[in-house]
Ligand binder design. Sequence first.
Ligand code: NAD
Length: 261
Amino acid sequence: MLNSGYEMPILGLGVFRLSDSECENSVYHALQDGFRLIDTARIYGNEAAVARGLVRSGVPREEVFITTKIWTDDFDDAANAIDASLERLGVDYIDLMLLHHEGPNDEEAYRAMEEAVAAGKIRSIGISNFYEEGFARIMEMATIPPAVVQNETHPYHQSADMKAFLTQYGTVMESWFPLGGRGNTQVLFNDETIVDIAAAHNKTSAQVILRWHLQAGNIAIPGSSNPDHIAENYDIFDFELSDEEMARMTALDKQERFASY
Ligand code: NAD
């Protein structure tokens, strides 16, 4: 339950770096498997492909939680950017819209999102790649507090301080690079602790990491174009990490980011 009063699934599909056809297929398979959250962005160039995957799946639009983001170049014309995303997504409301990064005119863009909430075009709003200082700056002008902060979060960068800071606003953490991100996943998948916990549950390292996100209260949006991986990533609701296993996962935090942005 978000501070906006809307419910958001805690597990979704991210479509960063997926081509149009990969994106459409991934959205289709994810929705068939049971996913009900899709995370895209204007800058990914695949909002229209998300729309096609949604239609192809036959899953009613209102059952699916759609997130998209306003890119920094559009901050000075955010009202139009919101309308353009609605059109490409083929929907008459967006479940969650985020400012993609901090940048010039981000406060004006945040205001435009608040106005779009009042107009019924967006249900919940949030920010991405903002840390305490940037969040506090937005809070000073906001009439609607961010429902979500979407930042790099995984076992080696658990965002514990930021999450603690956000609780006072009822804002929740959404993890990008939940598996470490393309090119980095093997580091996490081969981590001894994660391999050990996975073996104990007869699950994969990816599933253990996603289960850890879930139990840590992080919304996770793993990306994949592989239908088998997408199905695997949804198959995490039939096991539970013990308190001891959660503590071992917590101990993996190196406060180290994989991304350079
Ligand atoms: P990720 O951590 O989800 O890792 C993706 C990689 O993991 C891909 O190489 C994929 O093939 C692989 N993978 C996925 N499931 C697997 C499985 N079960 N077994 C083996 N390999 C598996 O990284 P990501 O996709 O970059 O990030 C997730 C989502 O977060 C993105 O798709 C996007 O929606 C969002 N994101 C947002 C920002 C931002 O600035 N707001 C930045 C990056 C990503």
